[in-house]
Every structure is written in C-alpha cells, then in structure tokens.
Design a protein around this ligand. Structure first.
Ligand code: UD1
Length: 428
C-alpha cells in the first residue's frame, strides 16, 4: 500500500491550480442518466471516486469517453462525455457502491427514467452511520415503493414518479441532489424544503437547467422543481473545488509562505476565509483566484462549529484542526454534521498535538511545534489533515493508507512538491 513521506519545516511558495470539485462532478456525472443525449463535463478531477462512479455508470449502460489524463497540460482536469442513450441495467451492485456513498445518487434518476432500480446500500468514509433514510422517504413521497432486502434497496414506481412536497428534518446534500434530479423528470411539481444550498447543489442545478429542467430557488432552502417530459444533453464545466481550496489555504497557513491558488473563487468558501483571516492568515483575491500568505507572524486559535453551507464545512474540519494544533492559544472545534469525524485526533496527538474531546467538541491547545511520526489515514479529509500537520512538523512523517487521499485530492504530492514541500509517495 502506498505511503506519503513528508519532511516538514519547508515553507510553501509559488502557485498551483485548483481542480474541479469532486463533490460537484459526482452528481453531475449521475445527471447523465436523466437523458438519452450526451452530457459533456469539463474540469472533471482525476480521482479514484470519479473512475469508480464511471464504472458504476458504465454498468448501467452509459457510454463514457474521457479526454485528458489529468496531468501536465491537462492540469485543469478531464473532459468526460457521458451518453446514456439506453439504460441497459437498473442495478448498482454492492462491490462498487460500497466504495463510495455518492454512487447511491443513481437511485433517483434510475427510478425517474426507468421506473425501477436496485441499488446497494452505500459505503464511503467511515465517519458515522450515514443512513439514506431521507433519500428513500423523499422517493416514497414521490410515489416509489421501497423494499430493503439483503443490503439492497429495491425501488419501483410502475406509473413513474410524481411531484411531492418534501420537508427535510435536517439538511442533506446527497438527498437534495437525488430528489432534485428525480423531480426534474417526474410528473408535476416537487417542493423541497430545508434543501441544501451548497455551491455543488447550485452547480448541479445549473447543469440540469441547461438540460431543460425547471428549477427555482437554487442557493436557498426551498427548491421548486416542475417536472418536464424529457431532458436534453448539454456541456457543463465543473466548478472549482472549495474543499481543495480551503485545504491549501490551511496548508500554507500551517507551513508558512505565500501561494497563489489559481482557478478558484473566494465566493465559494462561505465563512472559511473570514475565519482564517480572523486567525491572522492573509488572503487576497487575485484576478486568477486568490493569494494566501503567512510570513513571520503566527496565527491564533479560533472557535468554530461545522454547519451546512454557508457555515464552516465539515469537510475542512480536520484540516483546520491540524492548523490549530500549532496556533497561539486555544481553539474549540465542534462537529455537528457527522458523529464520528474526529478520527484524526489520536493521529495528530501522536505528532504532539494537545487535543481533548468532549462530546462533539475538540479543544485544541496550540503547541509550539509538532513532531513527525508514522500516522494512519482514516478517511478522506482526515488523511489530508495529517499531511498539513506533516508539512508544519519537525522531522519525518509517514502517512499510511493513502488510498483515501487519491479518492479526493488530485495529485496532492505533485502540487505540494511544486510549492517546495519535501513530500513524496513511497510505493508498496
Ligand atoms: C456530502 C459530501 C460530503 C460532505 C457532506 C456534508 C458528496 C459526495 N459528499 O455527503 O463530502 O461531508 O455532504 O457536507 O457531496 N443523513 C441522514 N439520512 C440521510 C442522509 C443524510 O441521516 O438520508 C445524515 C448524515 O448521516 C449526516 C448528515 O445527514 O449526518 C449530512 O449528510 P449529507 O449532507 O447527506 O452528506 P452526503 O451527501 O453523504
């Protein structure tokens, strides 16, 4: 299994390009199931989650072609053409779905277009129980019959899906995406209340609109979707990855230096930029993206609670904790989205961090310096927090189980090396 080896203490300088957002690209790929015309997506990041979803879609009959390999001149990602001319299977098997929760999104579009689906209950990062009850209740309200058997969801809607009024008890990104896609070609109007308003939802909504969907309220908590008979193909560019952007902001803040993040947008980051600025990190918009700098002056601890967008994202919580491990003063970091998302804490403590957890809140007392150590990546965002810690630490850090990283961070060791970090992948 590959490992990442880092010798910490080097400042980061230069520029890197931010990739297309994984969490936008995945639902956009699934949207191809809604039309028999081709959907072309540009700026798709080169990640294992993307290739795994492509495999699932191919199994359903989607013809997929890719241009660009995600390297060198194709650094702005790949162009993916997905053509679901005929759906040849409505089954998404356990072996594929268990690897990535986002693949559960196929259930809504399959039901809407083919009136039936058999989809394995999902896997994904082990950051909590992560049920799919909201997805299923929403589809039931739209007329689907659902049966759970042997780890699979058997869903059918013999007369097709119809519009419904759905009120989510709490915000779910995935359930909003699933139902928004299904509702686009259901009969009648669907209203989703307490919908997610993440930039990735808006991106999906824009693509669906370009395909002919009638969606109102994108970016608000209420979505109104008037079903149309059929959607057509379109071309769409995936928006920049705000989680990758935030991760590099924190990496530079932790290691010191000055870096321009090219191709990203400050408006996607919600409360993240003001929070980092309040800690003493300098961030400035440029005409190509943004510049982050920490030269000399140290940063201070912050208090933060993860929340749905535009609040602080749970997907940046681990990275913020790695940064705050060496802040001046104490930080309180509360996780409200997932119940088991502090698995990076014992690993950061192996590197000398001073962290205690009580219920949903981690108290991080900044220490002068972290020390390199062998550590274990436990999930996607936790893995990258250990890289940030390793960049700031004294000595050598080995991050084991890096396959998690490859699911969500495009060419991370290449990008960090280009900025001057001493980081390499050790095969084996
Ligand atoms: C998406 C993101 C993930 C991010 C998360 C929260 C993708 C591919 N993944 O995941 O990176 O961390 O949003 O911003 O976009 N829940 C239920 N029942 C459901 C659905 C969700 O109880 O039917 C719970 C989950 O367990 C979790 C919370 O709702 O506690 C939020 O989950 P959700 O927003 O659905 O996350 P994902 O869409 O899986």
């Amino acid at each position: 299994m590959d490992r990442i080896q880092i010798r910490g203490g080097r400042r980061l300088n230069g520029e890197i390009r931010i990739s297309g957002a994984k969490n936008a690209a995945l639902p956009l790929m699934v949207a191809s199931l809604l039309t028999d015309e081709p959907l072309t997506l540009a700026c798709v990041p080169h990640l294992t989650d993307i290739s795994q979803l492509a495999e699932i879609l191919a199994g359903l009959g989607v013809e997929i072609t890719m241009n660009g390999n995600g390297h060198a001149e194709a650094a702005i990602g790949r162009v993916l053409k997905l053509h679901a001319k005929t759906i040849t299977s409505t089954e998404a098997p356990y072996e594929l779905v268990r690897k990535m929760r986002a693949s559960f999104l196929v259930i809504g579009p399959l039901l809407a277009r083919c009136h039936k689906a058999k989809v394995s209950l999902p896997g994904g990062c082990a950051i909590g129980t992560r049920p799919v009850d909201l997805h299923l209740k929403g589809l039931e309200a739209m007329g689907a019959q659902i049966e759970l058997k042997e780890g699979y969801v058997y869903a059918s809607a013999p007369g097709g899906l119809h519009g419904a009024h759905i009120l989510f008890p709490f915000v779910s990104v995935g359930a909003t995406e699933n139902l928004m896609m299904a509702a686009s070609i259901a009969k009648g109007t669907t209203i989703i209340e307490n919908a997610a308003s993440e930039p990735e939802i808006i991106d999906l909504g824009h693509c669906l609109q370009a395909m002919g969907a009638k969606i109102e309220g994108l970016g608000t908590r209420t979505l109104t979707i008037e079903g149309v008979e059929r959607l057509k193909g379109t071309s769409h560019t995936v928006l920049p990855d705000r989680i990758e952007t935030g991760t590099y902001l924190m990496a530079v803040a932790a290691a010191g230096g000055e870096v321009e993040l090219v191709g990203t947008r400050a408006d996607l980051l919600g409360g993240v930029i003001p929070l980092l600025e309040s800690a003493g990190v300098h961030i400035q918009a440029t005409n190509r993206g943004m510049r982050v700098a920490r030269n000399g002056v140290h940063f201070t601890g912050v208090d933060v609670t993860t929340e749905p967008y535009p609040g602080f994202p749970t997907d940046l919580q681990a990275q913020l904790m790695a940064l705050m491990a060496t802040a001046n003063g104490v930080s309180h970091i509360s996780e409200t989205i997932f119940e088991n998302r502090f698995m990076h804490v014992p690993e950061l403590m192996r590197m000398g961090a001073d962290i205690t957890i009580e219920h949903q809140t981690a108290t991080v007392r900044g220490v002068e310096r972290l020390h390199g150590a062998p550590v274990m990546a436990t999930d996607l965002r936790a893995s990258v927090s250990l890289i940030i810690a390793g960049l700031a630490a004294e000595g050598e850090t080995i991050v084991n189980r890096v396959y998690h990283l490859d699911r969500g961070f495009e060419r991370i060791e290449e990008k960090l090396s280009a900025l001057g970090a001493d980081i390499k992948r050790v095969k084996g």
